[in-house]
Design a protein around this ligand. Sequence first.
Ligand SMILES: [Zn+2]
Length: 252
Amino acid sequence: MNRRDLLKFSLIQAIALRIIPIKKARASKWSYTGETGADFWGELDPEYQACNLGKAQSPIDLELSVSSNLGSLELNYQDVPLKIVNNDRTIRVDYQPGSNLILDGETYELLQFHFHQPSEHLISGKALDMEAHFVHKNQATGDLVVLAVLMSEGAINQVLDRVWDKIPFGDKKEEASDLIINASNLLPENISQYYRYQGSLTTPPCSEIVTWLVLKQPVEISKLQISRFLEVIGTNARPVQALNNRVTFQSP
Ligand SMILES: [Zn+2]
């Protein structure tokens, strides 16, 4: 084996031994702008293919929703101590087991909630200032229900302020606190009017396993609270996706 072959051999060996993490490390590094932005998610990793090829992607514009009697939502949220994570793409609040949403007779456990700026779903072509996603999982099937709360600029949101106070930043990525919060206090008064449709995660791998419930009544958030989020995270909304053959519904 000459020197050149030897070099080639050790390179192959290094890849085989995963000493050089060629694709994976780069692939999983998605973002909201530039070369790893939303237009390219599907090409970054074979596991992200649904982002480009899927036919039931989220978010969407909800304007063409068909009026339908969707019934009222059944939520059982407990008070839990705050655990806030800054993962550079959003601020996420992890929820302890024991809270759930019941939909069509199935129980979905509340795992976490997190935020987007501006809103990901559009109403008649328009984005609101922010959107919160409450992520619930059916432990038996793995299917998700995401309850979305639209947020518009207005008065200070007192409950959110307790969360914002604890946002980890700089080198710190996680903050656990004794402060108790109940996620239901972040919902609007009216939770009986909402949109419903079948879609996907709005971040890679864009899996099409989500029943979306988007509440019609927005909650308020102050300009300062929005700027704080932008300061720490920046804008983080995926552009709207094609509706394709889907029908979306809304409470009358
Ligand atoms: Zn989200």
